[in-house]
Design a protein around this ligand. Structure first.
Ligand SMILES: [Zn+2]
Ligand SMILES: [Zn+2]
Length: 302
């Protein structure tokens, strides 16, 4: 896998191409101190086997939408939501393909407390919160509930697993052409009280992420910060590294950066975590997810 490489032509398209359009957790954090890793909230674009998948609709989805409407031809879009906390849906009403009567968009996510996915989005665009009514979204839209299910089409498979986070929250595994990318933006690996998930969560998640080429995982806190944030639904850098090691992934990308974390601080943390990875014997690559960098995952395993 290489970063910041140009997206290859269709003829040489790899099985998976991904790009983070938002890497920040909780609230957008623009400004010179976050310009390199990005200030937009979660949004991940994945192109797999001709399918165009989007994960989460944080503020990063706005710029993705601008790019998509400028493309001469585009196929159906599928948007997967991990959950409905603000930082993961805030960009939804600004996603331009939704206003295009020619666009066809499938939107999947977990029902929340008995409220279906369409109603959740319509509520977000209610007149108290937003000036343009939900009915103005002219695209052909199909809203569907997705639990711990599998979505599959033409050899592209997306599996969902419930993770440890306040509200019903999913992590996703995308597989195509023998390659896999795992996206778990919000997840408290250790600590907190998530009895409803039952026993054996750590093993189930390690199985879910096993052998992935790329694991993009919540790493909001340092160990020192976590002490005051137990139960808030997020993990530490060390915990994410331990998962990457247990799952034997190719690359770990820290994600859901804390709003106050500067680029320079992230650089220092990554350097420290690479030393820990070496000490652990983790052979994979360790980096922090950056907005705008393409992750090109090669065609086939040797
Ligand atoms: Zn979040
Ligand atoms: Zn959340």
């Amino acid at each position: 896998m290489t970063e910041s490489a140009p997206v290859p032509s269709a003829a040489a398209a790899p099985s998976l191409v991904a790009r983070c359009w938002g890497t920040r957790g909780s609230i957008p954090s623009p400004g010179p101190l976050t310009a390199r890793y990005g200030g937009n909230t979660p949004c991940l674009e994945v192109r797999a086997g001709g399918h165009h998948l989007v994960f989460d609709a944080g503020t990063g989805i706005r710029a993705l939408g601008e790019k998509l409407v400028s493309e001469p031809s585009r196929g159906p879009l599928v948007v997967f939501l991990t959950h409905f906390h603000w930082d993961h849906i805030q960009g939804f009403p600004f996603f331009r393909p939704l206003y295009d009567p020619e666009a066809c968009i499938e939107i999947l996510g977990p029902t929340q407390m008995g409220v279906d996915v369409q109603t959740l989005f319509a509520g977000q665009m209610g007149p108290i919160y937003f000036p343009i009514p939900f009915e103005a979204l002219a695209a052909t839209k199909q809203f569907e509930h997705l639990d711990e299910d599998t979505w599959e089409r033409d050899g592209v498979r997306v599996r969902a697993m419930r993770v440890r986070h306040p509200s019903y929250t999913l992590g996703y595994r995308v597989e195509a052409g023998g390659r896999a990318l795992v996206f778990v933006p919000d997840n408290e690996l250790v600590g907190g009280d998530y009895e409803e998930l039952g026993e054996g969560f750590a093993d189930r998640l390690a199985d879910f992420a096993a052998g992935a080429d790329v694991l993009i995982h919540d790493s909001m806190f340092t160990e020192a910060e976590y002490a005051a944030h137990q139960g808030w639904g997020h993990s530490t850098f060390d915990q994410a590294l331990a998962l990457a090691h247990a799952a034997d992934v190719g690359t770990l990308l820290f994600y859901h950066h804390a709003p106050q974390r500067t680029d320079d601080q992230l650089d220092a943390i990554v350097a420290e975590m690479r030393a820990r990875a070496d000490a652990l014997g983790f052979a994979g690559r360790v980096a922090a997810a950056a907005e705008g960098a393409d992750l090109v995952i090669p065609e086939a395993r040797p």
